[in-house]
Design a protein around this ligand. Sequence first.
Ligand SMILES: Cc1ncc(COP(=O)(O)O)c(C=O)c1O
Length: 365
Amino acid sequence: MTTTAETAAGTRLHDPAVRGFASDNYSGVHPEILAALAAANGGHQVSYGEDEYTARLQEVLEDHFGPGIESFPVFNGTGANVLSLQSLLPRWGAVVCASTAHINMDENGAPERVGGIKLLHVPTPDGKLTPELIDREAWGWGDEHRAQPLAVSITQTTELGTCYTPEEVRAIADHAHSKGMKLHMDGARLANAAAHLQVPLRAFTRDAGVDILSFGGTKNGLLFGEVVVALNPEAAHGLVYLRKMNMQLASKMRFMSAQFIALLEGDLWLRSASHANAMAARLRAAVDTIDGVQPTQKTESNGVFAVLPAGVADRLRESFRFYDWNEAAREVRWMCSFDTTEEDIDAFAAAIRHELGADGRHPAS
Ligand SMILES: Cc1ncc(COP(=O)(O)O)c(C=O)c1O
């Protein structure tokens, strides 16, 4: 039996060679991030963000997004989203989002319960809003009986692994702004979008009219941490107070900021995201050759979505972890990370091929 003393002495409780396709959150911390954490350690720094690292992070973010932005490191993506949306809206405000949006599906109602914000969600085929889809819920201004649609939230890349082009974001921003609505982007996988689009981060954010951004780090190799970036600070109110109210103000903020500096100062953000995307592309290319696997979305980031014949997902899961996306439709989601290897993909593709009898052997053998 493993004792506390043994674990304290460094006994591993897991096999670091085992990786699956469940989530980019299942991966560990990128070694360059761990090194940055160690380098930021020691000595004393002012707490609550008045430290040298958080000041430097603001400069690094300005290098990406241009001068005049404001940045607020926070603990997690749900907090970043709630904080961002609260800063855009009065008490009577509502947010138009896709039905599949993380804020709608996967935050346990935090925008509503913690943020006090009504979500008006619209079904989409691919996780992407358009001006036409926004208009299904963007109405009723001045009607005291209706929560007022005053913001739009889009996710880049989307929860379905698809990616908005800069032009698509611009069309949404112009449409929202023309109706007096502000635009939030949930960028939990923002780096994967830049890697896919092969443009700078600001091309599809600030330059495309996004007002506020939840910029993700955890899924791209950080231990923890996201940063709210007010790209148009005039649109966002009270972020400094809202962060504390929402329990997202870290006392030892230097360690969050040091991670983001390591991610964004050089090209680590792009290297890691490009690699994760390339692994998903490799998996997609492999399953495209297997009869019985039906991909459901374009593979434009680090996830592959597909429908499998009955029973196949559970048999595969005996060896590889991954989640159902839509259990009723037998649709699954396979996610790749910065540390997914070509061998991981090839082994998984071989297992899928074997399960579907596409390798010439009987599936049950
Ligand atoms: C699209 C999206 N937004 C935000 C988040 C952040 O969530 P968390 O609060 O778990 O950091 C996630 C994580 O799964 C996500 O996929």
